[in-house]
Write a protein that binds this ligand. Structure first.
Ligand code: SAH
Ligand code: SF4
Length: 454
């Protein structure tokens, strides 16, 4: 979501004459868009700010002073404390306020004096009543694969999680607004759209005819947009995995056969302590339902090891669940206490070395599963949306329907250029832990040597 938010900040700043530059040295305005989910992510911000302070000081005479902004959830959580610790920061603004960025930049420009550029530090961490989406300009093109935020914030209050405090209460964008932005993105070249939300399947946006639509209805409507070949959504909560959404996976071809459905733990006691409001059995039932609807669906999850109170037996229950499900990939983290969350006040903290040992075991099991999953694709021909340049002139990279990262080498630069931005049939030559290597399948009917497209 921070990638999406950064793109929208660019959209809102473009009318002021701002454009992207490649290095911070060349920038009149540097914005760090930050994440507060774990302590490590939050800490990085201050070390990065230290580097920017030096750049701001080094800026050559005659140039406008560099302005530094901090956006996102660390800004939200730190507020005035950030300006106290880093007085050279000009703007501190939370994730719900960036539609007011032009106004903040104008104020900071007025108030910033001299080349030292020390302003007074403008802080905006409100949760405004007006929705930022109502004030943002049309979304600019993001290329073949685009993000679209449909839902933000969270009301679930998992014990370990800071999101409800930093992103705020749950909000779903109206259906008409989402459809308009999706069409805009497709006109700008998107063939794939990933719908985003902190708890995306809690979506319940106002429908064009009054009432509300859940995510399944929204996805069905989006599937009708000509030229939109792929739809994905992330991140979902098992409790919001409704029957109609599970069924949609079997009925909507453009809904990709890959789902990130975090379970966090396989132990019912820990799930209860986490306030996840479901059991391991409930989760496995959902997985069964998804596989019945779409047998080739690939699954991914997030895991937290070492949540307060996690015993060896709890951890083994998580390992057991992983073995039962068989994941295509997963993200796993050591529990990190977040100030203000209920879990941070819980007793029975798990020692750091135990967390590390559990994390290593869990990750090695996931890696084994990932390698096995990837190997089943060797020799198969699969459609890949090529949306990235590769390591050489003639290499391109993209994603399979199952979210593999796939690299392909073309014979010529012309063939690579023609294939770029399209969904191309590729034959998988070999599997690596984090990617697949492929070769083009040539379209026999074409006059030119055209890669077969879907
Ligand atoms: N809404 C999603 C998760 C969003 S946060 C869900 O309900 O699953 C992304 C991931 O960060 C979480 O799934 C969790 O695994 C991890 N995470 C969140 N808070 C954490 C914490 N305090 N310590 C370690 N990992 C955490
Ligand atoms: Fe955090 Fe996800 Fe739980 Fe919401 S549902 S509190 S975002 S972990």
């Amino acid at each position: 979501m921070n990638v999406y938010d950064a793109a929208r900040m660019s959209d809102v700043l473009a009318p002021l004459g701002y454009r992207h530059v490649e290095t911070p040295q060349d920038a009149d305005l540097v914005i760090l868009n930050t994440c507060h989910i774990r302590e490590k992510a939050a800490e990085k911000v201050y070390s990065e700010l230290g580097r920017l302070r030096d750049l701001k000081q080094d800026r050559a005479e005659g140039k406008a002073p560099m302005m530094i902004g901090v956006a996102g959830c660390v800004a939200q959580a730190e507020g005035a404390e950030m300006v106290r610790r880093a007085p050279y920061v000009d703007l501190v603004f939370g994730p719900q306020t960036y539609h007011r960025l032009p106004e903040m930049v104008a104020r900071a420009t007025r108030e910033t004096s001299g080349l030292s550029g020390a302003g007074r530090g403008i802080i905006d961490t409100n949760f405004p009543v007006e929705q930022k989406f109502d004030f943002l300009p049309e979304a600019a093109s993001q290329g073949p694969s685009a993000f679209l935020t449909i839902q933000e914030g969270c009301d679930r209050f998992c014990a370990f999680c800071v999101v409800p405090y930093t992103r705020g209460a749950e909000y779903s964008r109206p259906v008409a607004e989402v459809l308009a932005e999706a069409r805009q993105l497709v006109c700008g070249g998107a063939r794939e759209i990933t719908l985003l939300g902190q708890n995306v399947n809690a979506y319940h946006g106002e429908s064009p005819s009054g009432g509300e639509w859940r995510l399944a209805a929204l996805v069905a409507e989006l599937a009708g947009i000509a030229g939109l070949e792929r739809i994905r959504y992330t991140t979902s909560h098992p409790r919001d995995m409704t029957r109609d959404l599970i069924t949609a996976h079997g009925e909507i071809d453009t809904l990709m056969p890959y789902l990130h459905l975090p379970v966090q733990s396989g132990s019912d006691d820990i799930l209860r302590a986490m306030n996840r409001q479901h059991t391991a059995h409930d989760y496995l039932n959902i997985i069964d339902g998804l596989r019945a609807a779409r047998p080739d669906i690939a699954l991914s999850s997030d895991f937290i090891v070492g949540h307060p109170g996690e015993t060896d037996a709890d951890f083994e229950a998580t390992m057991g669940l992983i073995r039962k499900v068989g994941y295509a990939q997963a993200y796993s983290f050591k529990y990190s206490p977040r100030p203000g969350t209920p879990a941070a006040a819980m007793e029975d903290a798990v020692p750091e070395d135990v967390k590390s040992e559990r994390l290593a075991r869990l990750q090695s099991l996931i890696n084994e599963q990932q390698v096995l999953f990837n190997e089943t694709f060797v020799g198969r021909t699969i459609p890949v949306l090529l949306d990235r340049l590769g390591r050489s002139d003639t290499q391109r990279a993209g994603r399979s329907p199952w979210m593999h990262s796939v690299h392909v080498d073309f014979d010529t630069l012309a063939a690579a250029t023609r294939a770029f931005g399209r969904t191309v049939e590729l034959q998988i030559l070999s599997a690596h832990p984090n990617s697949l290597a492929a070769t083009p399948v040539w379209d026999a009917g074409a006059t030119l040597q055209e890669p077969a497209t879907v």
